[in-house]
Design a binder for this molecule. Structure first.
Ligand code: IMP
Length: 203
């Protein structure tokens, strides 16, 4: 079975990628020793800029391999697209520090407490890089609505607050495979797989 390396230590993202890859006979793995590698500042203005920056940086530690990095987040229409690229650190007290999911969700509920329109979308951009160069990028989106209270125990991040109307469930109420079938990350990964299979057809 073929293996794709992902530059992340986020177990939620890895589960999502594994869920998306399973149907294609591909396994995913975190870049070896990811946690001991020097980090990268995610200071780009867009998901794409940050995804490229991460993929280019981490691909230098796996010479000759295609390395994927994703940058993703939640854009809420009534909040002008916030938290957007700042999703991981929405409730952080310092500009570079991330905040935990519970604190980020609490801030989102506070910001929306007097707002009628709760429509939102998740966005994910995956960059595929080799030896420090981006080969291509892939974007996926999922539209939904932010609830007034969390529902479900799966997923990560804002999943318990993100209702996917077509299924009547939050992303935290889906299995990794179900989430991959409708999510921003699953959509972006599907585009990556189409590209990947064109590069080197699956045997
Ligand atoms: P990144 O690691 O900079 O891409 O941060 C992404 C942040 O966006 C995460 O920490 C979550 O807060 C949020 N996010 C991205 N994708 C998802 C998802 O699939 N479910 C829930 N939250 C997500």
């Amino acid at each position: 079975m073929r293996r794709v390396l992902i530059a992340t230590s986020n177990p939620g993202k890895l589960r999502d990628f594994a869920g998306a890859a399973a149907a294609h006979g591909i396994t995913v793995a975190s870049l070896p020793d990811f946690d001991s590698l020097p980090g990268v500042r995610e200071d780009g203005a867009t998901f794409e800029a940050n995804a490229r920056k991460k993929a280019e940086h981490y691909s230098r530690f796996a010479p000759g391999e295609i390395v994927l990095a994703d940058d993703s987040g939640l854009e809420v229409d009534a909040l002008g697209g916030a938290p957007g690229v700042h999703s991981a650190r929405y409730a952080a007290t310092s500009p570079q520090g991330n905040a935990d999911d519970r604190a980020n969700n609490a801030r989102l509920l506070r910001e929306l407490s007097h707002v009628a329109d709760h429509t939102a979308r998740f966005v994910c951009v995956i960059a595929a890089a080799r030896d420090g160069r981006t080969l291509s990028t892939f974007r996926g989106e999922a539209r939904g609505r932010i609830l007034d209270a969390p529902r479900g125990w799966g997923g990560f991040g804002y999943d318990p607050l993100f209702l996917f109307p077509a299924l009547g469930k939050t992303f935290a109420e889906l299995t990794p495979q179900e989430k991959a079938g409708v999510s921003h990350r699953g959509a972006a990964f599907g585009k990556f797989l189409e590209w990947y299979e064109r590069q080197q057809p699956l045997r």
